[in-house]
Design a protein around this ligand. Structure first.
Ligand code: SF4
Ligand code: SF4
Length: 341
């Protein structure tokens, strides 16, 4: 059985309680109240945090000690049977996204692009950026960490190790590379942050899509036509598991001459796209957050809204377009700078 690697004594001695004080969805200006609630969590007792958490993954980024406050919350939510998603929805999604045992052994040519469970964006994998790429996707390699939004860690700990093994056994073992390019932050975060937090072995090298694109841009620099465009970026929850990759995005923007506008809801204060809140049946809150988020994007004067998370893009894309901003995936923004679209 996999066990979360964290030290409760570090939390007990923590001076800042950043995990709660910095939370955008709960008011913990009073550090003593934050400490009280944190102690309840550490003691395995009910805390209002378990009900009020919006599962933004933010505290995983805020904790200066890498002590996994969000995973502590999810484990306790599950233990105390605190449901943030109605049972029928949870069970239906669990079945729908479960392993299908349809995976077949393949020898793949690099780069291997892991599209997770989002074949809708397969068309994005073309042009100079992805020349010769092999694409993998499907329920048998789905990282499954979306269950963090549903107060459930045990499904992740059951499925993720098998998915990692599937990737290795069916694809990596007989291929020319040990690198998997993660198109979605969620998979990269699962392989490089959640898996080590639980001691799950990852027998291949995960590469974030931003690392891959940034490196490719060096090879393709003669083809780049600087965009000189202001861009509003929607930073997704799963990028908070790999914040160093956010700097890689700045690197990409710099290389293609794009300007990442300063806005209230970017960097370490991004706002949920709303999809999770809708699964959690918090529609009114989702409406408000989407309005605030898009109005913040518009207020910057940007004409393009850029997404990396396919789910954020599917959720906010139409709304953003209705407000006069052009929704684009990072990958397509880069292809635009390469003169391909
Ligand atoms: S999880 Fe991190 S920030 Fe929160 S109390 Fe523990 S050490 Fe401090
Ligand atoms: S996951 Fe987000 S909403 Fe939940 S406690 Fe952490 S920072 Fe707050």
């Amino acid at each position: 059985m996999y066990k979360l690697n964290y030290d409760p004594l570090i939390c007990k001695g923590c001076k800042t309680i950043d995990c709660l004080v910095k939370c955008q969805y709960q008011d913990f200006k009073d550090i003593n109240r934050a400490r009280e609630e944190k102690n309840k969590i550490l003691n395995g007792e009910y805390s209002k945090v378990l009900d009020d958490c919006r599962t933004c993954y933010g505290c995983e980024e805020y904790c200066p000690n890498n002590n996994h406050p969000f995973y502590q919350i999810v484990e306790l939510q599950e233990k105390l049977n605190i449901k943030n998603v109605p049972d029928p929805i949870f069970k239906q999604q669990l079945r729908m996204m479960g392993p299908k045992n349809r995976i077949k052994t393949q020898s793949l040519k690099p780069p291997i692009i892991d599209m997770c469970l989002f074949p809708q964006l397969i068309d994005n994998i073309k042009g100079k950026l992805y020349e010769g790429a092999s694409i993998i996707w499907g329920g048998d390699i789905f990282c499954n960490i979306m269950w963090l939004h549903c107060a459930n860690m045990s499904v992740i700990l059951d499925r993720l190790p098998k998915m990692i093994q599937n990737i290795y056994e069916y694809y990596i073992k007989q291929s020319e590379t040990d690198e998997i390019i993660c198109f979605h932050d969620e998979c990269y975060g699962a392989f490089t942050q959640l898996a080590p937090a639980y001691g799950i072995d990852v027998p291949f090298k995960p590469v974030h899509i931003f690392e891959y694109i940034s490196k490719k841009l060096d090879e393709l620099k003669l083809h780049i036509k600087p965009l000189n465009q202001k861009i509003a970026y929607q930073r997704p929850c799963s990028n908070r598991l790999c914040s160093d990759m956010d700097e890689k995005l700045d690197e990409i923007f710099h290389k293609i001459g794009a300007i990442r506008v300063k806005r209230t809801y970017d960097k370490n204060t991004p706002l949920c796209c709303g999809s999770v809140l809708r699964i959690q049946q918090k529609d009114r809150e989702a409406d408000e957050i989407q309005r605030e988020n898009i109005s913040d994007m518009k207020g910057t004067g940007a004409r393009i809204a850029v997404f990396n998370c396919p789910m954020c893009m599917m959720t906010l894309g139409e709304e953003v377009a209705a407000q006069g901003l052009f929704p684009l995936h990072v990958s397509d923004l880069v292809r635009h700078a390469l003169g391909e679209i």
